[in-house]
Design a protein around this ligand. Sequence first.
Ligand code: HEM
Length: 146
Amino acid sequence: MPPTLRKLMLALHIAVSVGWLGAVAAYLVLDLTVAASQDAANVQAALTGMRLLVGYLIVPLALAALATGVIQSLGTPWGLARHWWVLISLLLTLLATAVLLLQASHISQGHLQGHTLLHSIGGLVVLLVITGLNVLKPPGRTPWDF
Ligand code: HEM
């Protein structure tokens, strides 16, 4: 990939993937509101916000983070499976996206009871780990050259 294109694509990758993390943090605030609030109207408002965030922001950002991450890996010498930090980022992102899509399908069927706290907190921790891996890029090559 030419250097300028690489920088532009990297900026896009960082914007969508760290944006995903921020959107999950906002979701967690609403999730905590559902868990802690005694006020029915407040809970309903938070649940509506959670549905909107998942459908219009979190799922699109997760898919965009995955796609731009794969492009950045294949379009640069990093490769998709050459370095442990890239391969682990890929697997964790696939796992987080799969759990997210399952949860999103439950939500779209109306099964949002506010017991999603574990997913919100777990998701946030996983995304923070991926961010750390991507910024630190710990050395260590896999046996594969792809
Ligand atoms: C939530 C998910 C992700 C987050 C928060 C994230 C975050 C970041 C950040 C902040 C950087 C810039 C680091 C730097 O260069 O100083 C970066 C670069 C990179 N990321 Fe991700 N990333 C995510 C997912 C992925 C995935 C799934 C892959 C691979 C399939 C990937 C592959 C890469 C590669 C190869 C670079 C370096 C690109 C280059 O040198 O041009 N990332 N990522």
